[in-house]
Ligand binder design. Structure first.
Ligand code: SF4
Ligand code: SF4
Length: 429
């Protein structure tokens, strides 16, 4: 019988969708976790929060494991007498493998280990990407950490003012759109920056995310201070025969993903050409042409006709900086900073850029100021100075009308028009 009455939570078990309440109950009934009462008391305190319309979790508290400054988030409740099973309920972030590939054996071992040291409840995965172990007491932290690192060879992730656990898309392991090896880049950066990941020394959190192409399966442009987005700089490869097969209905658009589409036969003009955001495609009834200089790599045409169109062969990534969720200021997307960089081992160019940015942010950033906010406060021009990059029209939304980049007097000899012309000539391909 349930330990606490939870009428409001019971409502959340109704309906056809999965319910986290049912999952917690399942763990409570299974009862294999060392903290026997944790799942039941978790439901109890949540119901109380719904009744009182206020959280009963007290904020933070410093807990951790020896030698690490992050990875564990201290959590205590303010009703320990009523809910002793969750008096301490610390959260543990475990660094997920690149692209979140697991064997079933590994998942079983992970769950067994968590039942041995905590509530048995997990969150797969937290929004940064980590495996989250939900709820244990301070005395279980060191033994858990020992087992995790020695038996499963798995490390903690990041929390606090440090590098957060890097994340990447499936990349070359499964995806033909991958313009660089996202998993390798993610793995190498995780190893290279262990100190930054485990020993908080930044003004605030910092996230890298690695998307293999602009489809952005890890949404790096919206969710990371530094977004590495795969891109090509030559031409989209066109197989004209396959284009005709799409037009003739022999190949299903979007790889058949819209099997239930009910808007009739595939219409290349309506569904591809007219939807190209830069209007750089044309179709004369037998040949598809793309003016690649104007293509902004939105991926729409490639997603629609993957058998006919392929990414170019000169591949790398665009690097963007400054995205964040609304914490102090509003949410913002990251801004294009390096239009193209080759992303290849040993990733020296990437590391050099990262370190320049960190040096500046650690020197100038205020406490709890994200990189994007510092860029806003000190200007994009300053950011270009510290990264030793030249201003580029591709960094500007509307280069012909938006004076977002200002030049210093000494940089302007023949006036603004001359500078724009120089940029145009320089970036003409
Ligand atoms: Fe594929 Fe691009 Fe998604 Fe990565 S981001 S999995 S390369 S579609
Ligand atoms: Fe147009 Fe986007 Fe295709 Fe480029 S990727 S040609 S911008 S639809």
């Amino acid at each position: 019988m349930a330990k606490h009455k939870t009428p409001m939570l019971d409502e959340l078990e109704s309906g056809p969708w999965p319910s986290f309440v049912s999952d917690i109950r399942q763990q409570a009934e299974k009862g294999k976790q060392i903290l026997k009462d944790a799942p039941e008391d978790l439901l109890g305190i949540l119901e109380l929060s719904y009744e009182d319309k206020v959280t009963h979790w007290k904020h933070g508290g410093i807990v951790g494991v020896f030698g690490y400054g992050g990875g564990i988030i201290g959590r205590y409740c303010d009703q320990p007498q009523q809910f002793p099973g969750v008096a301490h309920f610390h959260t543990i972030r475990v660094n997920q493998p690149s692209s979140k590939y697991y064997s079933t054996n590994f998942l079983r071992d992970l769950c067994d280990m968590w039942e041995k040291h905590g509530s048995g409840l997990t969150n797969m995965h937290g929004s940064t990407g980590d495996i989250i172990f939900l709820g244990t007491t301070t005395d279980h932290l060191e033994p858990l950490f020992y087992d995790l690192t020695h038996e499963l060879n798995q490390d903690l992730g990041g929390s606090g003012s440090n590098l957060r656990t890097p994340a990447c898309c499936l990349g070359m392991s499964r995806c033909e759109f991958a313009c660089y090896d996202t998993q390798e880049a993610c793995h190498q950066m995780t190893n290279e920056y262990q100190d930054e990941l485990h020993r908080p020394a930044f003004p605030y959190k910092f996230k890298f995310k690695f998307d293999g192409c602009p489809n952005g399966c890890v949404a790096s442009i919206a969710r990371s201070d530094m977004s590495v987005i795969g891109i090509w700089r030559d031409e989209i490869r066109i197989n004209q025969e396959a284009v005709k097969a799409y037009v003739g209905g022999e190949l299903a658009p979007n790889a058949g993903a819209h099997a239930s589409r009910d808007w009739g036969a595939f219409d290349i003009q309506k569904e591809v050409i007219n939807l190209c955001p830069t209007g750089c495609m044309s179709w004369d009834g037998s040949k598809l042409e793309i003016n690649d200089k104007e293509c902004t790599k939105c991926m729409h045409c490639l997603n629609t006709m993957p058998r006919a169109l392929r990414i170019g062969e000169d591949r790398g990534a665009a690097i963007l900086f400054g995205a964040k969720a609304p914490i102090l200021e509003g949410a913002q997307m990251s801004t294009l900073t390096v239009p193209f960089m080759k992303i290849e081992e040993p990733f020296d160019e990437l590391k050099e850029l990262i370190e320049k940015v960190w040096d500046w942010w650690m020197e100038e950033g205020k406490n709890r100021e994200r990189l994007g906010e510092l860029i806003q406060r000190q200007s994009w021009q300053k950011f270009l100075e510290i990264t030793e990059l030249e201003a580029d029209p591709r960094m500007v939304d509307e280069p012909r009308s938006n004076p977002y980049i200002f030049w210093k007097e000494e940089e302007v000899e023949g006036g603004w028009t001359r500078d724009i012309n120089v940029f145009r000539q320089k970036h003409q391909r």
